[in-house]
Design a protein around this ligand. Structure first.
Ligand code: NAD
Length: 420
């Protein structure tokens, strides 16, 4: 047993972009834990770079997930890091083949598919981890522990705020992969299944009903500056004063570059970025895109035990980092994802919990407030020991956040309160 536990878990990865690379990097740093032995990626250059960097055998580098999953099972696990619309089909197929699975969120694009997938995973008994990584971030772990310790008395109400940041909004939900709800998933699921999951997890009960408002107010053609062409690279008269200028974001500031397949040499990168901006998704004027996601979104929720929550997703902020206020009968908590302050109503004493200091207490990790690393570790442990209880994110629990999100979308579109 001891010997077995030391064997690396082998994985095939579907999708070699941002998320796929995260798992590749983990495997490079922790070869004793994880070994990537297959890659399916549509973009040839990306596939080659990935295969070379993470030493994937040549015979297991293919273009599509269908090709890799047409083979008999040849690894312990499948990591599904394809776009949102390609989660359900590969996951169902991988379940059929008997793979344990790391499934990027969201589970699937529709409520029906989500329910079907979760039921099928339960029937098959494979280990499936959905990447709700915030459950592993030191910040939210401590927040949950504090609430559940009774330190604020009975939990009464929460205000939770997700400031997306205007550049992030333009990148992902106006120009980028999540710009159309039907082709990916609605904003409230794509951006905020994490938040809905965290709320459900901290409160510890189910959401009974919800109502949502929100719309696409700004990123549409009637708001384009006069004379703005379709691309920022086509001599836009407003380019130098536009906060969403692609030339500013990608070329001058060199931010959000993970979407471009850039050469290693810094001096060659500028030309590749410019070429991409002239023809690809990210050079388009934000007022002339084919986007339909709302740029402001507000929800009210009522959970069991009369706990009320208001939650908003806002594009127009200069900052990111979730803000949360938790109100209890004997104290409250105010936090910004870096640190939170607990105030006790009786003593008036305040205590500040700092997420960076928490890292020193053995919570460790990279992205998502430190959550990514903890999640990968637990998932590997779950696969090794064939015990899904090791993970903090059971799939049927993850489903809750999705059901809330689908209900919110119905509420927003049908203009009524939805019972869940
Ligand atoms: N857990 C989180 O917090 C978190 C964070 C970001 C993204 N995500 C989710 O992870 C997934 C991947 O995100 P990303 O940013 O890496 O997305 P991405 O769109 O940049 O990458 C997806 C990759 O899949 C490839 N691909 C497309 N069709 C394919 C096919 N048929 N076969 C094989 N490969 C195919 C694409 O070429 C691309 O390289 C998305 O569903 C996203 O919502 C989760």
């Amino acid at each position: 047993m001891e010997k077995n536990q030391k064997k690396p878990v082998t994985a095939i990865v579907l999708g070699a972009s941002g998320r796929g690379k995260l798992y590749g990097d983990y495997a490079l740093e922790h070869p004793e834990d994880l070994q990537i032995i297959g890659i399916a990626e549509l973009v040839e250059l990306r596939r080659t770079l990935y295969g070379d960097k993470y030493q994937v055998p040549m015979e297991n580098r293919v273009a599509t997930w269908e090709e890799l999953l047409a083979r008999p099972k040849f690894a312990d696990t499948v990591i599904i890091a394809t776009p949102d619309h390609l989660h359900y089909a590969p996951c169902m197929k991988a379940l059929d083949l008997g793979y344990d699975i790391l499934l990027e969120k969201p589970i699937a694009q529709t409520e029906e598919e989500c329910r079907r997938l979760v039921a099928y995973a339960e029937e098959k008994g494979n280990i499936v981890c959905l990447t709700h990584v915030l459950r592993y971030s030191p910040y939210f772990l401590m927040l949950k522990e504090l609430v559940q310790s009774g330190a604020i008395g009975d939990l009464i109400s929460i205000q939770h705020f997700e400031p997306v940041d205007h550049v992030h909004m333009a990148h992902s939900y106006v120009r980028g992969s999540w710009r159309q709800a039907d082709k990916s998933t609605p904003l409230v699921l794509a951006k905020s299944s994490h938040d809905l999951d965290i709320l459900h997890w901290i409160i510890g009960s189910r959401c009974k009903r919800t109502v949502a408002f929100g719309s696409l107010s700004h990123f549409k053609k009637e708001n384009a500056p006069e004379g703005a062409p379709l691309r920022c690279t086509d001599g836009c008269p407003a380019e130098s004063t536009c906060p969403y200028s692609a030339l500013k974001i990608y070329y001058r500031d060199r931010t959000w570059l993970y979407v471009f397949d850039l050469p290693e040499e810094a001096e060659k990168q500028g030309d590749v970025i410019l070429e991409n901006l002239k023809s690809g998704l990210y050079g388009r004027c934000v007022y002339h895109c084919d986007n339909d996601q709302p740029d402001h979104y507000m929800m009210l929720m009522e959970f069991e035990k009369e706990v009320t929550v208001n939650f908003s997703i806002e594009a127009f902020t200069s900052y990111s980092g979730r803000r949360t206020r938790i109100m209890g009968t004997r104290g409250d908590i105010v936090g910004d994802m870096e640190e939170f302050t607990h105030t006790d109503f009786v003593s008036g004493k305040q205590k500040v919990y700092n997420a960076n200091a928490m890292d020193a207490l053995n919570y460790e990790g990279v992205g998502h407030g430190g959550g990514d690393m903890g999640m990968i570790r637990d998932w590997i442990e779950a696969v090794r020991t064939q015990n899904s209880k090791v993970m903090s994110t059971p799939l049927n629990e993850s489903l809750e956040s999705h059901l809330i999100a689908f209900a919110a979308e119905r509420s927003r579109k049908e203009n009524k309160v939805i019972e869940i």
